[in-house]
Design a protein around this ligand. Structure first.
Ligand SMILES: C[S@@+](CC[C@H](N)C(=O)[O-])C[C@H]1O[C@@H](n2cnc3c(N)ncnc32)[C@H](O)[C@@H]1O
Length: 217
């Protein structure tokens, strides 16, 4: 438990929004090759959960290069990201595949969103909760722009402080700005989220990632 708190503290001290944006600007051209197919099963599960009914308006926070955008079948989708270079890749994908369900792709900080309250039926956060400096501010904003009855779907690897990978994660924590993420535990996420926790489902290779559902009652 002490180790967990220590790792989270280190990572929090080192995450800086400009450094994170620059890191993802640098990743933009190679991102799909590294994080594409391997994480797609989880992306499919998250999109399916977000589309719990037809005709919904969905927000993708930290949409990145838009790997998930072709997976939507029945929703209108808005994507935001702090990295214009990641969004450029997403814009190209939308044009190349003719994804008419994508309403807008905008540079925006998820910790201070420009949308009016209660704008979206579902909000999808894939591999972004451990990337922002303040997960608490992120989740307060998510609640604000989510409609009552709506769901937030958080797909992430969560730090457990156990197993062989936790040693690697602890070693990487001080380099969070360079690698673009920090350790985040599910307990920490739940504790800073002003929404009702619904369920956790293990996804992707070895169940190493989780899809977590929250609801705004
Ligand atoms: C690991 S990538 C995930 C991309 C995509 N969701 C996926 O599943 O592949 C994290 C993304 O979050 C974006 N990001 C980081 N901080 C952000 C913030 N404060 N607001 C919005 N997007 C942010 C990064 O620029 C990057 O594109």
């Amino acid at each position: 438990m002490k180790i967990k708190v220590w790792a989270e503290e280190i990572a929090r001290r080192h995450l800086d929004p400009d450094a994170i944006r620059r890191t993802y600007d640098r990743y933009a051209r190679v991102y799909d090759g590294i994080f594409g197919p391997i994480l797609n099963p989880g992306r499919r599960r998250a999109v399916a959960a977000a589309e719990r009914a037809p005709g919904l308006r969905v927000l993708e926070v930290g949409v990145g290069t838009g790997l998930s955008l072709p997976l939507y079948k029945s929703s209108q989708v808005v994507g935001i990201d702090v990295s214009d270079k990641m969004l450029d890749q997403a814009r190209r994908r939308v044009a190349r595949l003719g994804l008419t369900h994508v309403e807008d792709l905008r540079v925006m900080d998820a910790e201070a969103m420009a949308f009016p309250a209660q704008s979206f039926d579902s909000i999808v956060l894939m591999h972004v909760a451990s990337v922002v400096p303040h997960p608490d501010r992120l989740m307060v904003e998510v609640r604000r722009v989510l409609k009552p009855g709506g769901e937030a779907l958080v797909l992430n690897h969560f730090w457990t402080g156990r197993g062989p990978m936790s040693v690697v994660e602890r070693a990487l924590a001080p380099a969070s700005n360079t690698i673009g993420f920090r350790p985040l535990s599910l307990d920490e996420l739940i504790s800073v989220t002003p929404l009702t926790f619904v369920a956790e489902e293990r996804v992707n290779l070895f169940g190493y990632w989780s899809l977590v559902r929250f609801r705004r009652d």
